[in-house]
Design a protein around this ligand. Structure first.
Ligand SMILES: *Cc1c(COP(=O)(O)O)cnc(C)c1O
Length: 229
Protein backbone atom coordinates (compact mmCIF):
# COMPACT_ATOMS: atom_id res chain seq x y z
CA UNK A 1 0.00 0.00 0.00
CA UNK A 2 1.32 3.50 -0.69
CA UNK A 3 1.58 5.99 2.13
CA UNK A 4 -1.53 7.85 1.11
CA UNK A 5 -3.72 4.76 1.22
CA UNK A 6 -2.01 3.61 4.38
CA UNK A 7 -2.94 6.82 6.24
CA UNK A 8 -6.53 6.72 5.05
CA UNK A 9 -6.80 3.08 6.01
CA UNK A 10 -5.27 3.75 9.45
CA UNK A 11 -7.86 6.47 9.98
CA UNK A 12 -10.67 4.10 9.04
CA UNK A 13 -9.37 1.53 11.47
CA UNK A 14 -9.05 4.01 14.34
CA UNK A 15 -12.54 5.32 13.65
CA UNK A 16 -14.14 1.91 13.60
CA UNK A 17 -12.44 0.75 16.80
CA UNK A 18 -13.43 4.03 18.43
CA UNK A 19 -17.02 3.45 17.35
CA UNK A 20 -16.98 -0.02 18.90
CA UNK A 21 -15.63 1.41 22.16
CA UNK A 22 -18.32 4.09 22.18
CA UNK A 23 -21.08 1.56 21.72
CA UNK A 24 -19.64 -0.70 24.40
CA UNK A 25 -19.54 2.30 26.76
CA UNK A 26 -23.22 2.93 26.05
CA UNK A 27 -22.60 6.05 24.01
CA UNK A 28 -23.75 6.96 20.59
CA UNK A 29 -21.40 5.80 17.83
CA UNK A 30 -19.47 8.79 16.52
CA UNK A 31 -20.01 10.86 19.66
CA UNK A 32 -16.30 11.09 20.58
CA UNK A 33 -14.38 13.65 18.54
CA UNK A 34 -11.24 12.23 16.97
CA UNK A 35 -8.55 14.90 16.90
CA UNK A 36 -5.89 13.82 14.39
CA UNK A 37 -2.57 15.05 15.75
CA UNK A 38 -0.67 16.35 12.75
CA UNK A 39 2.49 17.68 14.43
CA UNK A 40 5.63 17.07 12.33
CA UNK A 41 3.51 15.62 9.52
CA UNK A 42 3.77 17.02 6.01
CA UNK A 43 1.01 18.89 4.23
CA UNK A 44 0.73 15.90 1.89
CA UNK A 45 0.17 13.50 4.78
CA UNK A 46 -2.49 15.79 6.24
CA UNK A 47 -4.17 16.06 2.85
CA UNK A 48 -4.69 12.29 2.84
CA UNK A 49 -7.02 12.76 5.79
CA UNK A 50 -8.64 15.91 4.47
CA UNK A 51 -9.38 13.94 1.32
CA UNK A 52 -11.46 11.48 3.33
CA UNK A 53 -13.47 14.35 4.81
CA UNK A 54 -11.76 14.44 8.19
CA UNK A 55 -11.93 17.95 9.67
CA UNK A 56 -10.52 17.97 13.20
CA UNK A 57 -6.77 18.25 13.72
CA UNK A 58 -4.29 19.08 16.43
CA UNK A 59 -0.89 20.74 16.41
CA UNK A 60 1.57 21.35 19.22
CA UNK A 61 3.52 24.34 17.88
CA UNK A 62 2.07 27.70 16.90
CA UNK A 63 4.53 28.44 14.12
CA UNK A 64 4.20 25.05 12.49
CA UNK A 65 0.42 25.28 12.69
CA UNK A 66 0.36 28.66 10.98
CA UNK A 67 2.66 27.55 8.18
CA UNK A 68 0.70 24.40 7.46
CA UNK A 69 -2.86 25.47 8.02
CA UNK A 70 -2.94 28.87 6.38
CA UNK A 71 -2.58 27.06 3.09
CA UNK A 72 -4.87 24.17 3.94
CA UNK A 73 -7.69 26.36 5.23
CA UNK A 74 -7.83 28.01 1.83
CA UNK A 75 -8.39 24.62 0.22
CA UNK A 76 -10.71 22.94 2.73
CA UNK A 77 -13.71 24.31 4.58
CA UNK A 78 -14.81 23.87 8.18
CA UNK A 79 -11.49 22.74 9.58
CA UNK A 80 -11.29 22.67 13.35
CA UNK A 81 -7.77 23.12 14.64
CA UNK A 82 -6.78 22.29 18.23
CA UNK A 83 -3.69 23.52 20.04
CA UNK A 84 -2.38 20.61 22.13
CA UNK A 85 1.17 21.76 22.94
CA UNK A 86 2.65 23.98 25.62
CA UNK A 87 1.71 27.55 24.78
CA UNK A 88 4.01 30.47 25.55
CA UNK A 89 2.10 33.52 26.71
CA UNK A 90 3.81 35.71 24.11
CA UNK A 91 2.27 33.57 21.37
CA UNK A 92 -1.28 34.06 22.64
CA UNK A 93 -2.01 36.57 19.93
CA UNK A 94 -1.14 34.09 17.17
CA UNK A 95 -2.81 31.20 18.97
CA UNK A 96 -6.12 33.05 19.22
CA UNK A 97 -5.89 33.83 15.52
CA UNK A 98 -4.96 30.34 14.37
CA UNK A 99 -6.76 27.84 16.62
CA UNK A 100 -10.40 26.97 17.18
CA UNK A 101 -9.76 25.12 20.42
CA UNK A 102 -6.92 25.73 22.86
CA UNK A 103 -6.49 22.56 24.94
CA UNK A 104 -3.51 23.67 26.98
CA UNK A 105 -4.71 26.52 29.18
CA UNK A 106 -2.70 25.84 32.33
CA UNK A 107 -1.72 29.00 34.19
CA UNK A 108 -3.01 32.45 35.15
CA UNK A 109 -0.47 34.39 33.06
CA UNK A 110 -1.63 32.54 29.94
CA UNK A 111 -5.28 33.03 30.85
CA UNK A 112 -4.67 36.76 31.10
CA UNK A 113 -2.95 36.99 27.71
CA UNK A 114 -5.51 34.81 25.93
CA UNK A 115 -8.32 36.87 27.39
CA UNK A 116 -6.68 40.10 26.25
CA UNK A 117 -6.20 38.88 22.68
CA UNK A 118 -9.66 37.35 22.45
CA UNK A 119 -11.10 40.74 23.31
CA UNK A 120 -8.84 42.51 20.84
CA UNK A 121 -9.57 40.13 17.98
CA UNK A 122 -13.19 39.58 18.95
CA UNK A 123 -12.58 35.88 18.41
CA UNK A 124 -13.14 33.32 21.15
CA UNK A 125 -11.61 29.88 20.64
CA UNK A 126 -12.91 27.31 23.09
CA UNK A 127 -10.50 26.55 25.92
CA UNK A 128 -9.74 23.35 27.79
CA UNK A 129 -7.80 23.50 31.03
CA UNK A 130 -4.86 21.11 31.07
CA UNK A 131 -4.52 19.30 34.38
CA UNK A 132 -1.24 17.65 35.41
CA UNK A 133 -3.01 14.66 36.94
CA UNK A 134 0.24 12.78 37.60
CA UNK A 135 1.82 15.86 39.22
CA UNK A 136 4.90 15.37 37.06
CA UNK A 137 7.55 18.06 37.44
CA UNK A 138 8.46 18.22 33.75
CA UNK A 139 4.89 18.27 32.51
CA UNK A 140 2.65 21.24 31.85
CA UNK A 141 -0.79 21.55 33.38
CA UNK A 142 -2.32 23.01 36.50
CA UNK A 143 -1.89 20.87 39.61
CA UNK A 144 -5.08 19.05 40.66
CA UNK A 145 -5.24 20.89 43.98
CA UNK A 146 -5.30 24.24 42.15
CA UNK A 147 -7.67 23.19 39.39
CA UNK A 148 -11.03 24.27 40.84
CA UNK A 149 -9.80 27.73 41.72
CA UNK A 150 -8.06 28.17 38.37
CA UNK A 151 -11.09 27.06 36.36
CA UNK A 152 -13.24 29.50 38.30
CA UNK A 153 -10.88 32.38 37.68
CA UNK A 154 -10.59 31.56 33.96
CA UNK A 155 -14.33 31.84 33.71
CA UNK A 156 -15.12 34.71 36.04
CA UNK A 157 -12.01 36.86 36.08
CA UNK A 158 -10.83 36.29 32.51
CA UNK A 159 -14.15 35.51 30.86
CA UNK A 160 -12.65 32.65 28.86
CA UNK A 161 -14.92 30.11 27.13
CA UNK A 162 -13.73 27.10 29.16
CA UNK A 163 -15.66 24.00 28.09
CA UNK A 164 -13.60 21.16 29.52
CA UNK A 165 -10.35 19.60 30.67
CA UNK A 166 -7.38 17.86 29.10
CA UNK A 167 -4.72 15.56 30.52
CA UNK A 168 -1.68 13.54 29.49
CA UNK A 169 -1.20 10.72 32.01
CA UNK A 170 2.35 9.68 33.00
CA UNK A 171 3.91 7.37 30.40
CA UNK A 172 4.64 4.50 32.74
CA UNK A 173 1.31 4.40 34.55
CA UNK A 174 -2.03 2.79 33.98
CA UNK A 175 -4.01 5.66 32.39
CA UNK A 176 -7.53 4.84 33.59
CA UNK A 177 -7.20 6.27 37.15
CA UNK A 178 -6.06 9.53 35.56
CA UNK A 179 -9.05 9.53 33.22
CA UNK A 180 -11.43 8.91 36.14
CA UNK A 181 -9.76 11.66 38.15
CA UNK A 182 -10.03 14.16 35.29
CA UNK A 183 -13.69 13.31 34.81
CA UNK A 184 -14.35 13.98 38.50
CA UNK A 185 -12.74 17.41 38.34
CA UNK A 186 -14.76 18.23 35.23
CA UNK A 187 -17.99 17.01 36.78
CA UNK A 188 -17.70 19.07 39.95
CA UNK A 189 -16.93 22.15 37.86
CA UNK A 190 -19.80 21.61 35.46
CA UNK A 191 -17.55 21.07 32.45
CA UNK A 192 -18.66 18.70 29.70
CA UNK A 193 -15.57 18.12 27.55
CA UNK A 194 -12.78 15.70 28.36
CA UNK A 195 -9.77 15.50 26.04
CA UNK A 196 -7.92 12.36 27.03
CA UNK A 197 -6.41 9.35 25.31
CA UNK A 198 -3.71 9.09 22.65
CA UNK A 199 -2.65 6.30 20.25
CA UNK A 200 -1.86 3.86 23.03
CA UNK A 201 -4.95 4.42 25.15
CA UNK A 202 -7.74 6.17 23.24
CA UNK A 203 -10.05 3.17 23.54
CA UNK A 204 -9.58 3.14 27.32
CA UNK A 205 -10.23 6.88 27.38
CA UNK A 206 -13.45 6.43 25.40
CA UNK A 207 -14.58 3.91 27.99
CA UNK A 208 -13.88 6.40 30.78
CA UNK A 209 -15.81 9.29 29.32
CA UNK A 210 -13.52 11.05 26.82
CA UNK A 211 -15.34 13.45 24.53
CA UNK A 212 -12.13 14.05 22.54
CA UNK A 213 -9.25 11.67 21.83
CA UNK A 214 -5.95 12.91 20.39
CA UNK A 215 -4.44 10.38 18.03
CA UNK A 216 -1.23 10.86 16.02
CA UNK A 217 0.93 7.79 15.51
CA UNK A 218 -1.93 5.32 15.05
CA UNK A 219 -3.10 7.38 12.08
CA UNK A 220 0.05 8.83 10.51
CA UNK A 221 2.56 6.19 11.56
CA UNK A 222 5.70 6.96 13.47
CA UNK A 223 6.72 10.61 13.51
CA UNK A 224 10.01 11.54 11.83
CA UNK A 225 11.34 13.30 14.94
CA UNK A 226 9.97 10.88 17.44
CA UNK A 227 10.99 11.02 21.05
CA UNK A 228 9.08 14.22 21.72
CA UNK A 229 5.78 14.14 23.50
C1 LIG B 1 1.71 14.09 20.13
C2 LIG B 1 0.54 14.24 21.01
C3 LIG B 1 -0.54 13.37 20.93
C4 LIG B 1 -0.59 12.20 19.97
O1 LIG B 1 0.25 11.19 20.42
P1 LIG B 1 0.29 9.76 19.70
O2 LIG B 1 0.85 8.87 20.73
O3 LIG B 1 1.16 9.92 18.51
O4 LIG B 1 -1.10 9.42 19.34
C5 LIG B 1 -1.62 13.61 21.76
N1 LIG B 1 -1.63 14.63 22.63
C6 LIG B 1 -0.61 15.49 22.74
C7 LIG B 1 -0.69 16.60 23.71
C8 LIG B 1 0.51 15.32 21.94
O5 LIG B 1 1.54 16.18 22.07
Amino acid sequence: MNTENQIASNLALVKSSLRDAEVRAGKQAGSVTLVAIAKTQSIEAVQCLLGTGHKVFGENKVQEAIEKWQVLREQYEHIQLHMVGALQSNKSNLAVKCFDVIETLDRPSLARELSKHMDKQDRRPECLVQVNTGEEKQKAGILPKDADRFIKSCRLEFNLPVTGLMCIPPMAEEPSPHFVFLAQIAHRNGLKNLSMGMSSDYLVAARFGATHVRVGTAIFGKRRQDGET
